[in-house]
Write a protein that binds this ligand. Structure first.
Ligand code: 5AD
Ligand code: SF4
Length: 462
């Protein structure tokens, strides 16, 4: 039998990107070929995101397209994996285009599910019945094995890898679907994480990003010793070959905060970078969001970070148009963005998610046009700040880790000659575009910044 080929399309966050990479490696090891083209594929997998309705709609329209393709290619197997699979379960399986539904906790079973769908030509589903009950030991063991055997490959960005430190979330922010689709918070064994980073370093990985929905609450106890994020950072710093260590995403809490900042200040390999969403600048809204801090507390935390870690870059997330958000509440978010001086921030329009307390108890009162207007306004305020911050790089030389070819062409190609446009990032996550040989992907280089824009720096190789 000729090799079966799989096409994987991925939506959503870094957790999903990591899951996609793990699934790709596992299927590759099982003898499947991977293809970029749906046309050539025997199996199409979609790794899905449920965080906003828009993300789900994109998947559904994709499935509509696949249903059409299946009319002429009835043997094509279509699998939906990830958060939407867990959230919708049977409802998705009933979709004409879908053959496999597999939740995030079940990804170790994906190979078997595909083989079953190919050979028996019937629909299959694996999702958690009671996702909020701690995963049964067998499930956790399978996930742990899947995770550590299949070291995330570096095919997406050379020399960089994501490493999961935690699964799930226990925070229950009232707007968020994550606790319902990824289950309870669970920290992976420190040893497994460190061993995995060592193996990645042996394969040439230079930058690792530790992942967790609330990475700063990482806590793993074994043999009477408790490991926190700061311990992971210091252990990972010892690994030869690893040059940069980052972690996302942090929840604004004092718990473990000082130790993490001290680790960042004291360990040269730990990037001076913090992604810590505020979500809103209004204490009233923060309360209904079930976020356990006030805007002033949050700003105090940023001050502390800048005190202990000079030069730290901070990134935020905001939701606009949350139920009950008045113009006054929104202006408090504007004021928080002005004070926080983020490197950049992500702004999202509130989207009610079925099953969350927000969707059950709160009316989605803010009209879509108002959400849109607030979104644009907040981004404009941030753009001004990003612009100011980026100007500080003018004429400075920065060390960057090269990611590869720049996806969108930029006009600023002074001295470019015939060299392609490459993109890389500084230690504080600034994007740098410059001309250079393709072979620099995955390497560290020094670049002198000759021009700046709000989110991008332009430079020349030195
Ligand atoms: N609507 C809009 N944005 C959301 N986020 C999470 N849930 C929702 C929702 N229901 C945003 C938060 C989070 C980011 C990953 O997505 O800002 O930090
Ligand atoms: Fe969602 Fe809040 Fe958990 Fe983040 S901390 S994943 S926003 S519930």
């Amino acid at each position: 039998m000729s090799t079966r080929t799989v096409h994987i399309k991925s939506f959503g966050c870094q957790m999903n990107k990591l899951d996609t990479a793990l699934v790709a490696v596992a299927l590759g090891e099982a003898g499947f070929g991977l293809t970029d083209s749906v046309k050539e594929a025997d199996v199409v997998l979609i790794n899905t995101c449920s965080v906003r309705q828009h993300a789900e709609q994109r998947v559904l329209s994709h499935l509509g397209h696949l249903r059409y393709i299946k009319k002429t290619r009835p043997d094509l197997v279509v699998g939906v994996i990830g958060c939407m699979a867990q959230r919708l379960g049977v409802e998705l399986l009933e979709n004409e285009a879908v053959d496999i539904v597999c939740g995030p906790t079940q990804i170790p079973q994906i190979r078997l599910l595909i083989e079953k769908a190919l050979s028996e030509k019937r629909k299959t589903m694996a999702v958690s019945e009671k996702i909020r009950k701690a995963a049964v030991e067998k499930e956790t063991e399978a996930l742990e094995e899947f995770e550590s055997v299949h070291d995330s490959d570096d095919s997406q960005v050379p020399a960089q890898a994501y490493v999961r430190a935690m699964r799930g979330c226990d925070k229950f922010c009232s707007y968020c679907v994550v606790p319902y689709v990824r289950g309870p918070e669970m920290s992976r064994p420190a040893k497994a994480i460190i061993e995995q980073i060592k193996r990645l370093a042996d394969k040439g990985i230079k930058q690792v990003t530790l992942l967790g929905q609330t990475i700063n609450s990482y806590k793993y106890t074994t043999c009477g010793r408790t490991y926190r994020l700061a311990d992971l950072l210091s252990m990972a710093s010892e690994i030869e070959g690893i040059e940069r260590i980052r972690f996302i995403t942090s929840y604004p809490t004092e718990d473990s905060y000082d130790e993490i900042l001290q680790a960042m200040a004291g360990l040269p390999k730990v990037c001076r970078f913090l992604h810590m969403p505020a979500q809103s600048g209004s204490d009233k809204i923060l309360k209904t969001m079930n976020r356990n801090y006030t805007a002033s507390k949050y700003l105090e935390m940023l001050d502390k970070a800048r005190d202990i870690v000079p030069g730290i870059a901070i990134v935020g997330d905001f939701i606009v148009g949350f139920p009950g958000e008045t113009e006054g509440d929104f202006q408090r978010s504007v004021s928080l963005v002005e004070k926080a001086r983020y490197k950049n921030c992500f702004v999202f329009k509130y989207s009610p998610r079925p099953g969350t307390t927000g969707a059950k108890k709160l009316q989605d009162t803010v009209p879509q046009e108002v959400k849109k207007k607030r979104n644009t306004e907040l981004l404009a305020v941030q753009e001004g700040i990003s612009d100011e911050l980026s100007r500080e790089f003018q004429n400075k030389t920065v060390k960057i880790l090269v990611e590869g070819l720049s996806k969108k062409p930029h006009l600023d190609t002074k001295n470019g000659g015939n060299q392609p446009q490459l993109v890389g990032r500084t230690v504080t996550d600034w994007i740098v575009v410059f001309n250079g040989p393709k072979g620099l992907a995955g390497k560290f280089v020094k670049v002198k910044i000759i021009k700046t824009a709000p989110l991008t720096l332009f430079g020349e190789l030195t």
